[in-house]
Design a protein around this ligand. Structure first.
Ligand SMILES: [Zn+2]
Ligand SMILES: [Zn+2]
Length: 391
């Protein structure tokens, strides 16, 4: 038996959280949270090829906050099993020998629970083609439904003292890489994957909406893998703006100045519709939505040129799709970091991403941790993480 934070099903709390929304973070981490600290049975390895892990650090991702605050789509209810222990950005000590990895080795996990982990034979088409991030069997096989570790009732997650993972999910951490840097590899892999999905043309003008973890890592990936020209980053807070410049944004603007800045850079034409925000005819070639909010997605859609590309890097929120129709935009999803972990490991090291982990909390201070994560930008913090080790 060990301690873990558990997300459980509570319809009244879910509806309350959804109604209050992210406007009152104190309430989300307080009385309406359907998260609780529990002592639970340690998860057991469900089949061969699985191993037990003791998490050392586990990040709080924007998608975790969306889930806790009841803002995520009902679409997800069919892709998770309750109650589950969140935490998919994980560095852990391996407790069992498994296929070439020794107990005691530090590992990070690729959280996707695909055919290989689930023992599904033959694998689905995307898995067979090497794209396990798009697995079509995320509800079957050896473990319960769960698109990823951190959403599955059987595996445990990084916000607990024990979890299990399949060998296919494990990546050994180099000895000279610290734990803080290691938990940034998964979000870095997601950003790399998003940038690859964007197929950014040479000298393209790019808009990155948001300068939290996802936005900043997107900037790093753009600099590492594309020949983008101007990169305009929308940052809400001073510390975010400073980091955005350091990581390669050529222009950093506030949300209210963003449309104007894109208009000037691309010589687009600005229109002011009734009862909604302005939009451009013309605009950037590619926009990345890196916040997961309606306003950010609306901005990305309204500031992208005809037949340009809008990449959904954050969990998408309800936005007005009229520009996608009228401007014939390509809206591109980017969901996991599957396939990008090796390159992400190198980038996390060279960009010294461990420095972005601004605070760590023990599990029993989870309300403070969630509060901090919900207000991270305002407080000048990029990544907040749990240290789930029992002392
Ligand atoms: Zn995540
Ligand atoms: Zn599959």
């Amino acid at each position: 038996m060990t301690v873990a934070l558990e997300l459980y099903r509570s319809v009244p709390k879910y509806l309350a959280a959804r109604a209050i929304g992210p406007r009152l973070p104190g309430m989300i981490a307080g009385p309406v949270a359907s998260l609780r600290l529990v002592t639970r049975e340690d998860p057991e390895t469900p089949a061969g090829g699985w191993a037990r892990l003791a998490p050392r650090l586990s990040g709080i991702c924007g998608s975790d906050l969306t889930t806790i605050s009841g803002q995520s789509s009902f679409y997800f209810t069919a892709l998770v099993s309750m109650p589950f222990v969140p935490g998919h950005e994980v560095v852990a000590d391996l407790l069992d020998h498994v296929d070439g990895l020794k107990a005691g080795q530090r590992v990070i996990i690729d959280p996707v629970l695909s055919c290989a982990a689930r023992g599904v034979e033959p694998p689905c088409e995307p898995c067979a083609a090497g794209m396990h991030g798009l697995c079509e069997r995320v509800t079957g096989g050896h473990v319960s439904a769960g698109l990823q570790t951190g959403y599955c009732a059987d595996t445990g997650g990084g916000w607990g003292a024990r979890m299990v993972a399949h060998r296919e999910q494990l990546h050994p951490v180099p000895e000279d890489m610290d734990d803080q840097t290691a938990i940034m590899v998964e979000p870095m892999a997601c950003a790399l994957h998003a940038v690859r999905r964007a197929k950014v043309p040479g000298d393209a003008t790019v808009l990155v909406v948001g300068a939290g973890t996802v936005g900043l890592l997107t900037l790093i990936a753009l600099k590492a893998e594309t020949e983008a020209g101007q990169i305009i980053c929308v940052a809400k807070h001073a510390r975010q703006a400073e980091l955005a410049r350091r990581f390669g944004a050529t222009d950093v603007v506030s949300p209210s100045d963003a449309v104007g800045a894109v208009r000037r850079t691309t010589r687009a034409f600005r229109l002011h519709p009734e009862r909604s925000s302005p939009f451009l005819l013309g605009g950037v070639d590619v926009a990345f939505e890196c916040v997961g909010s309606k306003d950010s997605l609306d901005l990305a859609l309204r500031a992208t040129r005809a037949q340009g590309r809008v990449v959904l890097s954050g969990m998408p929120a309800r936005a007005d799709l009229t520009p996608a129709w009228f401007r014939e935009l390509e809206v591109v999803g980017a969901y996991s970091g599957a396939g990008a972990f090796t390159d992400a490991m190198e980038l996390a090291r060279s960009a010294e991403l461990g420095a972005l982990v601004g605070a760590t909390y023990p599990l029993d201070r989870w309300r403070e941790a969630i509060d901090h994560a919900l207000s991270a930008g305002k407080l000048g913090t990029t990544k907040v993480a749990f240290d789930p080790r029992e002392n």
